[in-house]
Design a protein around this ligand. Sequence first.
Ligand code: ZN
Length: 274
Amino acid sequence: MISYRDIAVGLEKLGLNRSTPVLAHIAAARLGEIRGGTDTLLGAILGTIDNLMMPSFTTATMVVPLVGPPDNFIEYGSASAANLNASIFTRDLPGDQPNNEVSELLRKYPGVYRSAHPILSFTGLGLDAALASQTPQDPYAPIRRLMELKGWVALLGAEPAENFSLHYAEHLANRKQFVRWALTEDGIVECPHFPGCPDGFHKINYYLQDELRVVTVGDSTWSAVPLDVLVNSAVALIRDDPFALLCNSLSCPRCNLVRKLIKNQISQNWQPED
Ligand SMILES: [Zn+2]
């Protein structure tokens, strides 16, 4: 069982403190038993970190149109019945992704601000300007602003695949992303730059070397890294090797689509030497 003090010491060992804004991904179920439960966990985090941001993603708002752009890993017209059950995004709509117990606690905390992207919104404390900069067309704006603020990313029991900021790196490196649509109070909104498959994201750790701080708290592994180091390393890696950070599953439709488009591009640019 881990305590308030174990959590606070773990965060300090990661190098996090009051002056560090943090984007946290927390899988409470993987942290083992916590004395006082998730309230204690969030209390200890807010006792160490003043400016905290977490994802409050809502895929229940998504709808599928009848037609749309090609190479988009979506079956147009397939969801007419499901579309009727989609939720309208409001800032009060609960997040609906796995492992969101702590982000849901944060969302209900006094003084929090939630950004307005209908699928990829974030909730935060002390980071209102970064969050307010997010629009449906610019889902990665809060991450860009957090980089400017010298923010860090922390994974507390969360898997590398949950490290959403790497999708911002993919966007910066011009990797193929997708278009999705979501219901808002103003009608259906187009959401470009929707991320692909994150199952190869663990491969970045090898390149972060000393910059990645790792500690064990109870039975779980926690890690943290400066956001600019993470994003800049991943952008450089993808520019050097366009297939970097894709997953190893031969049957992954999203990674295979990215691979196919890269190969098309390479063969179009290829010219015989003589
Ligand atoms: Zn994949």
